[in-house]
Design a protein around this ligand. Structure first.
Ligand code: 13P
Length: 252
C-alpha cells in the first residue's frame, strides 16, 4: 500500500557534466519501472541541469538541504522558493552529515520540515543513532526524540507527504549495513512513535526508507521487509548501473 521510494544522495560528488552523463546512462535502465518513485539528489549546482535531463521521465529531483526561510540575508543558502521555482519536488532534511558537520539540530529540522510542507516539497527527514548510542542501548530513545522533535507542531492533516529515512550513522559509508531485521525493528520503533504523535492511520501510510551501505546485493533482503518502504542510497547511487540494480531489485 505504500509506494516504494528510492532516493540517490550524491552528497558532494559529481560536477554538472558528470551528473548529466549519469542521467543519460541511468534513464533507460529504469524506464520501464512503474512501481517506484525514483529521486536523484545532486548538489545544488547540478539541480537545474539534472532537472532538464530527466524531463519526460519517471525520475524526480530533490535537493540535499534547504533553508527554512523563504528569502533573506543568509549567505550561501538556498530557499524552498528557489527549489520549487526550478522544479525540485523533494528535499533531504537533517541528514546525519548535516547534523554532524553543519550544526543541524532537531529544532532546525523541525523548521525546515514545516517550510517544505508549506511549499509543497516532499521532505525526506533523516534520523538515526550513532554507534555509541546503539551500543549503550539508546537507539529507541534517540529515534523517539529525533522523530518527535521533527514532527512537533505539525498538524496531522499536513503530514501526508512526509517521508522518514532511517539511517543508522554507523552504517553510512562504512559497508556495515544494518541487518534487515535490525533495520525493520528500528522502522517499527519509528512508526510506533509516529502513531503516538499523529495517529495509527497516518503512521501506517508514512513511508520509512532505510539508508546506510545499501548495495545491489543487499537491496532485496532489506526491501523484502514489509516495514522498509525504500532506500536512501549514497555510495552505490553514484554509478548508474549500480543504482538501477537497486531500483530494479526483485523481491523474493
Ligand atoms: P552510503 O549508502 O554511502 O552508506 O550512504 C548512505 C547515506 O548517507 C544516504 O543518505
Amino acid at each position: 500500500m505504500r509506494k516504494t521510494l528510492f532516493a540517490a544522495n550524491w552528497k558532494m560528488y559529481k560536477t554538472p557534466a558528470e551528473a548529466l552523463s549519469f542521467v543519460q546512462a541511468f534513464r533507460p535502465l529504469v524506464a520501464s519501472q512503474t512501481r517506484d518513485e525514483i529521486v536523484l539528489c545532486p548538489s545544488m549546482l547540478s539541480l537545474a541541469p539534472v532537472l532538464d535531463a530527466v524531463k519526460g521521465s519517471n525520475i524526480s529531483v530533490g535537493a540535499q538541504n534547504m533553508h527554512s526561510s523563504d528569502e533573506g540575508a543568509f549567505t550561501g543558502e538556498t530557499s524552498p522558493i528557489m527549489l520549487k521555482a526550478i522544479g525540485c519536488t523533494h528535499v533531504l532534511i537533517g541528514h546525519s552529515e548535516r547534523r554532524q558537520y553543519f550544526n543541524e539540530t532537531d529544532d532546525s529540522v523541525n523548521l525546515k520540515l514545516k517550510s517544505a510542507l508549506a511549499h509543497g516539497i516532499v521532505p525526506i527527514v533523516c534520523v538515526g543513532e550513532l554507534l555509541a548510542e546503539r551500543e549503550t542501548g539508546h537507539t529507541s530513545e534517540v529515534l523517539h526524540r529525533q522523530v518527535g522533535n521533527a514532527l512537533a507542531g505539525i498538524a496531522p492533516e499536513h503530514t501526508a507527504p512526509i517521508v522518514i529515512a532511517y539511517e543508522p550513522v554507523w552504517a553510512i559509508g562504512t559497508g556495515k549495513t544494518a541487518t534487515p531485521e535490525l533495520a525493520a525493528d528500528a522502522h517499527l520503533t519509528i512508526r510506533t512513535t509516529v502513531a503516538g504523535i499523529l495517529g495509527r492511520d497516518i503512521a501506517d501510510k508514512m513511508r520509512i526508507l532505510y539508508g546506510g551501505s545499501v548495495k545491489p546485493d543487499n537491496a532485496a533482503s532489506l526491501l523484502n521487509q514489509p516495514e522498509i518502504d525504500g532506500a536512501l542510497v549514497g555510495g552505490a547511487s553514484l554509478d548508474p548501473a549500480s543504482f538501477a540494480k537497486i531500483v530494479n531489485y526483485t523481491s523474493f
